[in-house]
Design a protein around this ligand. Structure first.
Ligand SMILES: Cc1cc2nc3c(=O)[nH]c(=O)nc-3n(C[C@H](O)[C@H](O)[C@H](O)COP(=O)(O)O)c2cc1C
Length: 370
């Protein structure tokens, strides 16, 4: 049976992390992934802007057994209790994905403090709600809050330098995210084939685990991550296109329908982002080249200089998806969308990935070593 140090550290069956993916909730997806033996992560970015994007908030709330009038902390408390209730009999393990980008620090603080309080008040939850996964920002300021609360702390990085900062902060599992990945990617593109072994070499040790993200979507790529020295793989786009995924049907279908060279990079809320290629995203890429060329040059810009028309275009395009309008919609996904051709149930998919990876790893010696 396939297993790794990640399985031991967080008590999951398989070395697979279902990525946190907003702006839709992962409230149903996270339960399905956890109960299938992977680590299920709930995305929280859909809670960040109740006033500015009420359609995002309302859709998130619907899958949380929460109320549209709930504030962020109340909604968070309800979803954590719901996820615990739905995973506890099956031994599922879950966590939350929290974006800590500079623009989102106040919201991140509320989410993380609520998570810590709710777990303290419900001690049995500790057997299931084990992980806080931070992303898109500096990990260091969050060290004491997360570590003192006893969570396993994961953080995602796009570079060796970022991984070294995580190690200094005491992050338990560093996730190296290559440029193939869906939605926000780094300003300076480095792909998984280079990034993952480089991060393993730089920071992996007895205490610090490393996982890959970006391009991992089946048994072959999971086996590759392990062979490159990782302790597991995080998969986003693959989990998005599943029966239980909370994403809108047209977003899921866009992943399944994306073919050869089916994605492109253009401006996202907090930097470069990878989208399924369609007329709308191609137009956004052309506008990005004019208004935020740093996306293609590797030079960061921010809201103080950026023409906000670009961000508004993105918000309109995401709203269109919530309205089911395929023509005006933009759907984020990773390059591996071109390798995804079905929309399975999560448990079947996880089993398929694990079996394929096991058979590849068992065959490696026979096939390649004399
Ligand atoms: C639609 C979508 C939304 C995402 N949203 C988030 C997010 O809110 N927070 C985050 O840390 N990562 C987010 N990601 C990145 C994933 O967590 C993950 O790192 C990435 O999907 C891995 O690459 P893959 O898509 O090739 O599997 C998102 C990815 C996708 C496809």
């Amino acid at each position: 049976m396939i297993k790794s140090r990640l399985c031991e550290m967080v008590g999951i069956k398989y070395p697979i992390i279902q990525a946190g993916m907003g702006p839709f909730s992962n409230n149903n997806l996270g339960v399905a992934a956890a109960n299938a033996g992977a680590l299920g992560l709930l995305s929280t970015s859909g809670l960040a802007d109740k006033e500015g994007q009420p359609f995002v908030y309302d859709a998130w709330i619907k899958t949380a057994e929460a109320d549209p009038n709930d504030d962020m902390a109340t909604a968070m408390e309800k979803v954590l209790k719901r996820t615990y209730r739905l995973t506890k009999d099956k031994g599922g393990v879950f966590g939350i994905n929290v974006m800590v980008a500079a623009e989102m620090v106040p919201q991140a603080k509320i989410i993380i403090e609520t998570a810590i309080r709710v777990r303290e008040e419900n001690p049995d939850m500790k057997k299931h709600f084990k992980v806080i996964f931070t992303s898109a920002g500096d990990p260091v300021p969050w060290r004491d809050t997360i570590k003192n609360a006893g969570f396993t702390w994961m953080h995602v990085v796009p570079s060796v330098k970022g991984a070294q900062r995580c190690k200094k902060a005491g992050v338990d599992v560093i996730v190296a995210s290559g440029h193939e990945g869906g939605f926000h990617t780094s300003w300076e593109p480095v792909h998984s084939m280079i990034l993952l072994p480089a991060v393993v070499e730089a920071v992996s040790d007895d205490k610090t685990l490393v996982c890959g993200a970006g391009g991992f979507c089946d048994g072959k790529t999971l086996a590759a991550a392990l062979v490159l020295g990782a302790d597991g793989a995080q998969m986003g786009t693959r989990f998005l296109a599943t029966q239980e995924s909370d994403f809108h049907q047209i977003w899921k279908e866009a992943v399944v329908e994306a073919g050869d060279r089916g994605t492109l990079v253009a401006r996202g809320f907090v930097g470069p982002a990878r989208w399924v290629k369609n007329k709308r995203s191609e137009e956004h890429a052309v506008n990005t080249l004019k208004k935020s060329p740093g996306v293609f040059l590797g030079t960061p810009d921010d809201y103080s200089t950026l023409d906000m028309a670009l961000i508004n275009y993105e918000i309109e395009s995401i709203k269109a998806v919530y309205d089911g309008n395929k023509e005006k919609g933009m759907m984020a996904a990773g390059e591996c969308a071109q390798r995804i051709n079905d929309m399975p149930k999560v448990a079947d998919m996880v089993q398929g990935i694990v079996k394929e990876a096991e058979s590849i790893l068992q065959g490696v010696q026979k096939k390649y070593l004399a």
